[in-house]
Design a protein around this ligand. Structure first.
Ligand code: X90
Length: 277
């Protein structure tokens, strides 16, 4: 049986070691330009276009056909999507699942609505990878991942909410003043899979302390952490140092965001996905 993991590009993953994996790109639309969020996207050119274009910009989720192409020939597909409350990607994946299963009797597609994005999706993918490599049957993998998902979280420090507000993903009133004088909004992916702002902080340092405080409220006890950043490697390092100062043994990785997350979590933003109780 061929098992495959498929995730949309908001997970920031292009490859996953030792297992079959495919990333399905979302699209970032800047005027006439369609930046397809795959391995070839020029992130600097995209940011430049965003900084200079005066008109409306937006994003688009993958079509069911794009998902089906990514399912390939696999017998079992584990498909991880960005939150269904802010994107059509999950609905589109569910249509693809139905079509794929109808056309290929005996094949199974599991769709996981992450109710989140970025690093939290990457944690789910990593869990799926481990279970596949351990040779577990797909029914068991599904049960374990469904349970695991209840114990993963995503917090953010955002340097601007402009693109989120302009595209109707947060209330425009919230967007005011964020980014000016280094003001960050700290918040999390809510249980419904929406942005839940919690605090405003001046500067990264305070924002990261605030994130650690929230992690501990979730009984964070040193579980795995994935940090992503948009042009803020120093910030990601600092967030990591804050966590390590209290949890020196933590298994932690960091990476730069790909296109979709970079569009909404604008430059200087940092996302933190973690496992807790
Ligand atoms: O379908 C589409 O066009 C994609 C729309 C995505 C909208 C939201 C993306 C959020 C990206 C922002 C910070 C983390 C928020 C987590 C909330 C669940 C990153």
């Amino acid at each position: 049986m061929r098992y495959r993991i498929v995730a949309d590009s908001s997970a920031d993953l292009l490859t996953v070691n030792d297992v079959e994996f495919a990333s399905v790109p979302l699209h970032i639309i800047v005027g006439e330009q369609d930046f397809i969020d795959d391995a070839k996207v020029d992130l600097a050119a995209m940011q430049h276009a965003l900084d200079t274009y005066k008109g409306k910009t937006s994003t688009a989720c993958p079509s069911p056909e794009e998902w089906i192409n990514a399912f390939g020939e696999a017998d079992v597909v584990f498909c991880v999507t960005i939150t269904s409350n802010l994107s059509g990607a999950c609905a589109s994946a569910n249509i693809a699942k139905k079509m794929y299963e109808e056309e290929n009797p005996g094949k199974t597609v599991y769709v996981y609505d992450s109710l989140s994005t970025g690093p939290e999706m990457a944690l789910l993918v990593e869990k799926l990878r481990k279970l596949i490599l351990a040779g577990k049957p797909h029914e068991e993998i599904h049960d374990v991942v469904t349970e695991y998902k209840k114990h993963t979280y995503l917090y953010f420090s955002l340097a601007s909410l402009n693109n989120l507000a302009r595209n109707g993903r947060v209330n425009p009133i919230l967007a005011k003043g964020i980014g000016l004088l280094g003001i960050r909004v700290v918040g999390r992916a809510s249980e419904e899979g929406t942005l839940q702002p919690l605090d405003k902080s001046r500067g990264d340092k305070k924002a990261f302390q605030c994130i650690l405080k929230h992690m501990k409220k979730h009984q964070y006890g040193g579980g795995k952490v994935i940090i992503s950043h948009n042009c803020n490697e120093a910030g990601a390092e600092e967030m990591a140092a804050v966590i390590r100062s209290e949890f020196p043994q933590v298994e932690l990785s960091m990476h730069g965001m790909r296109g979709l997350c970079s569009y909404y979590a604008e430059p200087q933003s940092v996302l933190v996905g973690f496992e807790a109780e």
